[in-house]
Design a protein around this ligand. Structure first.
Ligand SMILES: NC(=O)c1ccc[n+]([C@@H]2O[C@H](COP(=O)([O-])OP(=O)(O)OC[C@H]3O[C@@H](n4cnc5c(N)ncnc54)[C@H](OP(=O)(O)O)[C@@H]3O)[C@@H](O)[C@H]2O)c1
Length: 280
């Protein structure tokens, strides 16, 4: 089941809106965008004048808070849609999700596949549920959501932007074979759909390096020594920032002659990376 909460402001809940709504502004949906990189893309797009749709699953409260902030800046400019992307496995639930998104602003110009799960699956310990979840969030949902939203993207001459990973290509993480395979499939989707959907819809990807560390509470959290080793491995000598990715997403959203491209945003890390453990 999906639950749409269009937190479109009105004079009562948005007394300080400083700009009038722009009903001609393009609309961007970013999956998994209540926090971290997704939220940075939402903020950057909103700042650039887009109307934005924040999608969340467990982080619905953070999504609502973000939408409220953005609607305070500009009335009727941010909406929230809450759903588990597992809806793609149920035709009618998927249609509900599409309807919820379209109900927000009546159009969709940019679809950003950002939602993801990331955890190890050491060989010998790979479960069906890990396979299903990692493949669903990192590969199957991007493809089936692209298909479901295609008529609207075509009508808008819009574009799709996929969040990939420098490890989705030729520098796989050891012990993460399912994640590596899923992101690799997603990368192939970018190239396949770029061919199939041109000229109406452009399809591009962004391959981050290390842009936001796993949260401290997460079982993927990195030690100080691992973090220092990562910084050492990055020619730009710093962990990337979510805004580095957001700027690239905005560029791709506007780059009308670029399709089938994957831009690496990793401070040069992939130039030095041997492939291997997450922390080095
Ligand atoms: N962080 C990095 O440095 C880095 C490096 C390489 C690639 N990337 C890629 O860049 C993108 C963003 O990275 P990130 O670290 O900001 O992502 P993240 O925090 O790991 O995940 C983003 C969001 O995905 C959503 N999500 C996960 N499973 C879902 C499901 N079944 N249904 C709906 N939503 C689901 C979660 O939403 P809720 O919280 O609402 O549940 C989560 O907040 C990802 O695609 C990631 O693979 C990131």
């Amino acid at each position: 089941m999906t639950l749409t909460e269009s937190i479109k402001s009105n004079p009562d809940n948005c007394p300080s809106a400083s700009h009038t709504p722009d009903n001609n502004a393009p609309v961007m949906l970013v999956t998994g965008s209540a926090k971290r990189i997704g939220a940075a893309i939402i903020r950057a797009a909103h700042h650039a004048g887009y109307r934005v749709i924040i999608h969340a699953n467990n982080s619905a409260d953070q999504a609502r808070e973000l939408a409220a902030q953005l609607n305070t800046l500009r009335a009727n400019s941010a909406a929230v849609v809450v759903t588990d992307l597992a809806v793609i496995d149920d035709t009618s639930a998927l249609q509900d999700f599409v309807n919820d998104v379209l109900r927000s602003f009546g159009q969709l110009d940019v679809l950003v596949h950002n939602a993801s799960r990331f955890y190890p699956t050491a060989i010998g310990h790979i479960t069906h549920s890990a396979w299903d979840e990692l493949m669903l969030t990192n590969a199957k949902a991007p493809l089936l959501l692209s298909q479901a939203f295609l008529p609207y993207l075509q009508a808008a001459n819009g574009c799709i932007i996929s969040l990939l990973d420098i490890h989705a290509h030729n520098k796989p993480f050891i012990g993460y074979s399912v994640y590596n395979m899923a992101k690799s499939a997603h990368r192939t989707m970018v190239h396949s759909l770029a061919l199939e959907l041109a000229p109406a819809v452009r399809v591009n990807g962004i391959a981050p390096g290390v842009n936001v560390l796993p949260e401290d509470q997460s079982d993927q959290a990195l030690s100080d020594a691992q973090q220092a080793a990562i910084v050492q491995s990055i020619p730009m000598q710093r962990i990337g920032k979510p805004t580095d990715i957001a700027e690239c997403a905005l560029y791709l959203a506007r780059a009308s002659y670029i399709t089938g491209e994957v831009i690496t945003v990793d401070g040069g890390r992939s130039l030095t990376l041997a492939g291997g453990n997450v922390g080095v």
